[in-house]
Write a protein that binds this ligand. Structure first.
Ligand code: FAD
Length: 392
């Protein structure tokens, strides 16, 4: 099936390989994730063994060349796997979106040969976990004004500063870290570095008490006189912000795909419950206002999925995709919150306790409108593209 959106032609069908990858992901979620979701959420920790299993099945190597241990595949396959993982547990989905999506894929795109050989086989195999260190306690949306400093000293840089809300932070073996290494103004002074997390001077603190994504190891990183070789720099000096922004442009597609998974899970759960639960002598699915809730979720699922697949299609065809990725992330994250909230309404009071899945879906969805650029920041990116005027 082919469809035309504006001047974009998008293939909406799945190839046999893509359909097989999606089935593989569905089976993996059923077997390895679904039985543990509630326990992991309550314990505030996903079983770390899941990372190796994700590596063994090839989900941490999608889109990466086989030469570096990757499993190949295109971005639509990556979206399909991400959606299924998000449908199962957003905490697990986030591990992949960061370790593969923000770290391994960025090394593949920007790293030197030695960096690729050093890090990619371990990251794609699930032997290493990667994290992405951009946000700081004082700089979130305005990431270009970050204050972590990297000062040149012979063949090394000495790094001082701290990073906040870092997904995979306490698990990670390597951090892709952004620091100011020259006096150039604003983001032009920022460079990217690959730093092993066991480097002396780097300490980590787990952030507890999150509303959602409770199974994920989110951390604050503190760097005190951390010495890294100059060869740890990714891309050229002063190009670190470009590295970060290009990582996030693809990353937003991955977040959007995870949101589609949340919304789909909300739909599945709400339809099933509405068919079973009886009130006023009939299943609640027979009440028109319940059908309105269900149909609102269904439309959000389809619209979010189509916007997300469009980004994958653009990337795979080598077309510009960053603005479309912002649109997909903006819509899909808001849609996931709406869908989970509508599903909770269908469940009534039972939706409010964690024996039923929809409360967790809502808690997990909420952060998607915040990270990798808040909804307001996505609107400014889209607005800039439309008007040519930066309103940041
Ligand atoms: P702020 O930037 O302080 O924003 C506060 C509010 O002001 C928001 O509503 C925002 O939209 C609004 N605002 C700010 N500027 C403008 C503007 N110009 N116009 C209109 N509104 C504006 N970061 C990483 O680097 N790596 C990670 O792995 C990572 N994982 C995360 C995991 C979790 C669970 C969370 C909660 C965050 C994570 N983050 C990570 C950080 C995340 O990307 C930031 O929280 C996000 O970018 C927002 O920054 P902030 O929290 O400082 O909010």
């Amino acid at each position: 099936m082919r469809s035309v959106w504006g001047d974009l032609v998008v293939n909406l069908g799945l190839s046999e390989e893509q359909a097989a990858v999606r089935q593989l992901a569905r089976d993996f979620v059923e077997r390895e994730i679904a039985p543990h979701v509630v326990a992991w959420d309550r314990a505030e920790e996903v079983d770390r063994g899941i990372v190796k299993k994700l590596g063994d099945i090839g989900f941490l190597g999608l889109t990466i060349d086989e030469e570096y241990g990757g499993s190949g595949g295109d971005h639509l396959a990556y979206c399909l796997v991400t959606e299924e993982l998000g449908r199962g547990d957003s905490s697990v989905r986030g591990i992949v979106s960061v370790s593969l999506g923000l770290v391994a894929k960025t090394i593949a795109a920007w790293g030197g040969e030695e960096q690729k050989r050093r890090w990619l086989p371990g990251l794609t195999a699930g032997e290493y976990v990667g994290c992405f260190g951009l946000t700081e306690p004082g700089t979130g949306s305005d990431a270009g004004s970050l204050t972590t400093r990297a000062v040149r000293d012979g063949d090394e840089y000495v790094v001082n500063g701290s990073k906040m809300f870092i997904t995979n932070g306490t698990w990670a073996d390597v951090v892709l870290l952004f620091a100011r290494s020259t006096d150039a103004p604003g983001h032009k002074g920022v460079s990217a570095f690959l730093i092993p997390t066991d480097t002396p001077g780097l300490t980590r603190r787990t952030i507890h008490g999150k509303l959602g994504l409770r199974g994920q190891a989110t951390a604050e990183l503190v760097l005190q006189d951390v010495r890294v070789p100059a060869s740890a720099m990714v891309g050229a000096e002063g190009k670190g912000f470009n590295v970060a922004m290009s990582a996030l442009a693809k990353g937003r597609m991955s977040v959007a795909a995870g949101c589609v998974g949340i919304a789909q899970a909300a739909l599945d759960a709400a339809v099933a419950y509405a068919g079973e639960r009886e009130q006023f002598g009939t299943p609640i699915a027979h009440h028109q206002l319940v059908q309105e809730l269900l149909s609102d979720i269904a439309v959000d699922v389809d619209a979010a999925r189509l916007l997300t697949w469009r980004v994958a299609d653009l990337i795979d065809r080598g077309e510009p995709f960053a603005v479309e990725s912002s649109k997909a992330k903006l819509f899909a994250s808001e849609a996931a919150v709406r869908a989970a909230n509508n599903a909770l309404q269908v469940f009534g009071g039972y939706g409010y306790i964690d024996e039923y899945p929809v409360g967790k879906l809502l808690r997990d969805a909420r952060v998607m409108t915040l990270y990798e650029g808040t909804s307001q920041i996505q609107k400014l990116l889209i607005g800039r593209a439309l008007t040519g005027v930066s309103a940041f």
